[in-house]
Structures are given as structure tokens and as C-alpha cells.
Ligand binder design. Structure first.
Ligand code: ZN
Length: 213
């Protein structure tokens, strides 16, 4: 699918899109992984309190919760890559904001992004977290020329999610580092992963468009 859009040195195989590392990227990747390790260490410090969850930073997942979440992402997406994991965390935050449980049919998810993996991967994470799906007609993809954001709503409110600081760290990682990066994205504080705008009590800019009935 969409092989016409791949850069010429990328191939589409059984493991998904594979692109050889260009020399110019290697330094960036090494630097990015270094930052991921720093973030990971911070996350581990955050979870090593006195009790099971004490000292954990607000918004960081507990170890048990994180491993279930990673399994759910992999079940939908094939592996728990960092963009799908970011989408999962957005989806969970949306359920909390809207007061809905996983699998609710009240939920509608619309993911906006270019039709390129990484950006589109976020949608699978949203599906894994919320249970919304293409087949249930409550998960849609809208292709953009560059913008990446997700809208999650029900009849009473809407939240808009965008990747936050983590974006530059996880972009264009080599294929064999994706799963590790996903583990880190699951552990770091939420505000590093995404920006959330709007909630049922504080409608976002676009929430005014929801139906009055
Ligand atoms: Zn992915």
C-alpha cells in the first residue's frame, strides 16, 4: 500500500516499511536514543518509591498498567512502536476526560495526519486504548498535508491531542529500536507525550461544532 509515496530507498516487506539508515541520520538516532535513555531513567526513578506506586510522577503509568497497555497496543498494531503507544496514552486520557469506559459506543475518534506511518500509527494506539475502530464507524482517519492531531469526542465534549516534546525524540527511529522506544513512551510523564486541549467541562476550540441534541 502506498508504495508510490515511499522514499526510493525504502522497501515494503513482511515486517512493514524498512528504510536503510542514512549516515546523516545515525548521529541523530544516537542522540535521540540517549535522550530516550535519560527519559527512561527519569521514569524509573519516578516509579521507584516506597510503595508500589508511591513517588510516581503524575500521569506516568504504573508498571502493571504499562505492560497491559503495551500488550494491547501490540495486539492491534503488531508491535508497541512509540507513535502507537503515544496514541494509546492519548486515548486513555480521552476516556478519563469524557468519563467513558473502553469500548463505549458513545465515543468518536478522528485522527488527522499525513498518510504516512509514524503519524498514522497514532490511530492504532487510539484504537487499542478506546476500543473505537474503523469497522464500528467510530474511528476515522482524515488525511492532511502535514498537521498531526487527534480529536476524541462524545455528545458532551471533545478533546484534541497533539504530540508534545517526545515527538522529535521518536521521529525516524530505526525499525529495531521502535519497541524499546515504545516502552519508554509508555513510562514517561503524560505532558512529555501529548498536549491535550479541551474537555467536557472546558470545551476546546473546535468543541463548539458538536451537535446540540
Ligand atoms: Zn507504528
Amino acid at each position: 500500500m502506498r508504495q508510490d509515496r515511499l522514499p526510493t530507498d525504502c522497501t515494503w516487506g513482511s515486517a512493514g516499511m524498512q528504510c536503510p539508515l542514512r549516515p546523516v541520520w545515525q548521529g541523530v538516532v544516537v542522540a535521540s536514543l540517549g535522550l530516550l535513555l535519560v527519559l527512561s531513567t527519569a521514569a524509573q526513578h519516578a516509579t521507584s518509591g516506597h510503595g508500589p506506586d508511591s513517588g510516581r510522577q503524575p500521569g506516568a503509568a504504573s508498571p502493571a498498567h504499562a505492560s497491559l497497555a503495551l500488550e494491547r497496543v501490540a495486539a492491534i498494531h503488531g508491535q508497541h512502536g512509540p507513535f502507537a503507544v503515544a496514541g494509546y496514552r492519548m486515548g486513555e486520557a480521552a476516556l478519563r476526560a469524557l468519563g467513558l469506559s473502553r469500548g463505549s459506543f458513545e465515543l468518536e475518534v478522528v485522527h488527522h495526519s499525513p498518510a504516512q506511518v509514524q503519524w498514522s500509527c497514532i490511530a492504532d494506539g487510539l484504537q487499542a486504548a478506546t476500543g473505537a475502530s474503523a469497522g464500528k464507524l467510530n474511528l476515522r482517519l482524515v488525511e492532511t498535508s502535514g498537521e498531526v492531531y487527534s480529536l476524541v469526542r462524545n455528545q458532551t465534549g471533545q478533546s484534541r491531542f497533539e504530540l508534545n516534546d517526545v515527538r522529535s525524540t521518536i521521529e525516524n527511529l530505526p525499525h529495531d529500536r521502535l519497541a524499546d522506544a515504545g516502552v519508554v513512551v509508555m513510562q514517561i510523564p503524560a505532558e512529555q507525550v501529548y498536549r491535550q486541549i479541551g474537555s467536557p467541562s472546558q470545551p476546546g476550540k473546535e468543541a463548539g461544532q458538536h451537535h446540540a441534541h
